[in-house]
Design a protein around this ligand. Structure first.
Ligand SMILES: [Zn+2]
Length: 241
């Protein structure tokens, strides 16, 4: 086992930060320009977190949808004028609003219907780490009205787990809270990997220490609440032997 030291300021950084009415993101932790890239559609200056942008472009490539789907909003500096409840997530650089390009290269429609190419996008989204963040039937949980075109990058496999369990980020982080390094991890397996996911509560100091088995790749994200989510990925041959 090796000891990993997590800086507590990183509670507010990472793919799994929950940003909502109860957990706004402070400006100093919101995405900064160095981590953002311009996804540039027809000179629309749309900035996204580097990884989110990369996965979105892979997704759109697989869809072969040309310009049928257009990003209309990415990173946006949080401002007191913008409701933190409705739009605060854009200040992370991890959220993108998409629109179907229904009328010839003009942004006449801001819709993202549950049919056609937009439905095809939805089917692929989780594979690339995106979730539909504000579904209609979950308004009471997210506290945000239905926004069919608003997608949030949370990273794989979290996106797939949320989709399979039909839960929001709020519910997912609550679920993961019950799993810890010392007891048991939440397990998810796909064809190649076994993922072990668990929460780490931040200690009352500047940093938090967690023990991880040697030679197992892992990622860490803050939850923007009280700690971190660790994701270990074990190649299946290794997991089975
Ligand atoms: Zn949005």
């Amino acid at each position: 086992m090796k000891k990993i030291k997590l800086e507590n300021s990183n509670i507010h950084r990472g793919n799994l930060i929950l940003v909502n009415e109860n957990h706004p993101i402070e400006e100093k932790y919101a995405a900064n320009d160095t981590a953002l890239v311009n996804i540039d559609f027809w000179n629309h200056n749309i900035l996204l977190d580097y990884l989110a942008a990369k996965e979105l472009s892979h997704l759109l490539n697989e869809l072969e949808c040309g310009n049928d789907i257009i990003p209309v909003k990415g990173y946006e500096k949080s401002s007191p004028l913008v409701s933190p409840i409705k739009d605060g997530e854009h200040s992370t650089g991890l959220a993108v609003d998409l629109s179907a390009n229904i009328i010839n290269k003009a942004f006449m429609s801001q819709g993202f219907p549950k049919k056609g190419i937009c439905m095809e996008f939805r089917k692929l989204a989780a594979k690339y780490g995106f979730i539909e963040r504000y579904p209609k039937e979950k308004e009471s949980i997210t506290g945000v009205e239905y926004q069919p075109g608003h997608f949030r990058y949370v990273g794989y496999p979290h996106s797939v787990i949320m989709e399979e369990l039909d839960i929001t980020m709020e519910e997912y982080l609550k679920t993961i809270e019950d799993y810890s390094a010392k007891q048991k991890a939440f397990c998810y397996r796909d064809k190649e990997n076994l993922y072990e996911i668990f929460s780490v509560k931040a200690e009352n100091t500047d940093s938090t220490t967690v023990e991880v088995a040697d030679n197992i790749p892992f990622t860490v994200s803050g939850n923007n609440i009280d700690g971190f989510v660790m994701t270990l990925s074990l190649k299946l041959q290794r997991a089975l032997t």
